[in-house]
Design a protein around this ligand. Sequence first.
Ligand SMILES: [Zn+2]
Length: 406
Amino acid sequence: MSVLDRFLRYVQVDTRADEKSQTCPSTPGQLALQHVLAAELREIGLSDISVDQNGYLMATLPATTAGAIETIGFIAHVDTSPEMPGDGVKPIVHRAWDGRDIILPDDPTAVLRAAELPDLAAQVGHDIVTASGLTLLGADDKAGLAAIVAASEHLMTHPEIPHGRIRLCFTPDEEIGRGANLFDVERFGAAYAYTLDGGNCGELEFESFSADVMRVTFVGFNTHPGYAKGQMINAIKAAARFVERLPHDRLSPETTDGYAGYLHPYQMEASVDRTSVRVLLRDFVTSVLREQQQIVERLAAQVAAETGTRVEFQVQEQYRNMREVLDHHPLVVERARAAIRRAGLTPIEKPIRGGTDGSRLSFMGLPTPNLFAGEHNFHSRLEWTSRQDLEAAVRVIVEIAATDKH
Ligand SMILES: [Zn+2]
């Protein structure tokens, strides 16, 4: 089965993650897709195929060469973003796309225009895949799943390609930040791994943000508003003043890119009595998070003093820049870089302004950079990929696996 056919099959299974769910996986569709994948891997001839009670699928591609070669791994996630509908996905293949606007049939206001999408404009003549206008496509990360399964099939049917033992893992709930939570690194048993969860052909990512989340709670005093004179202290007004004082022209997502970090208020729970603001702290240098925290604490304390509220802080670690680990394992990144070149592509190395499961896994003892899988406009109705991107990802996986080349 071609990588495109596999991809078209996977996107039709609804695997939208659900943050409110306490189970793992958060939704039953993810488990349904894991069983589809397990059956395909069995058919291809992989061994040790298991789906554990938390919905993690693991499998082994046995070595084709003897000798002490370390085990490497490939990882992708089965869930899709909770931000967009993922049920009833109808993938459309626009064969040999001619560069004209792609109008999605189920909602004609959803249009992919080459003039607005330079990555798409670069793929005239390719077989572009989109959804039909009402849902996301799910290339994030079913493109990664399809590439890994297709590459496994290629390796199984070409035993003349020498490679060591290879482990695969398909994880649940990456989109809600839980993908690494129950990942059994020891059972996976690889020296290092690659997530297939990136965008453009040739992309190789080995730096991510370091990330904390902070909860800033203003405590006021509530009383009947008709008789509140001289008594009420409105925590909502204090929180609003605090948010307004956060940096605007710097240190905010709207005004930064590249290596610049930010502090980002993104959720508020408001009442007169208590209002909390959740603030994301992000930087590529972990020690800078501490400085960001101090900025937030200073501004909030000022506002509390002015408004007569009390302020409480909670800080929670989210993930750390994977580079802190990968710098100690330069061959992991170099192996991918060389494979991308052998696959006929130019490595594109950019910092990830976010985190991946690899950010967490790297600190759990499994160094894991991220590779492209052909995901474009993810978490959107205008999400797309192409057959050519999927095939390039398959080539790169095969090149990474092959041990005679490096
Ligand atoms: Zn993803």
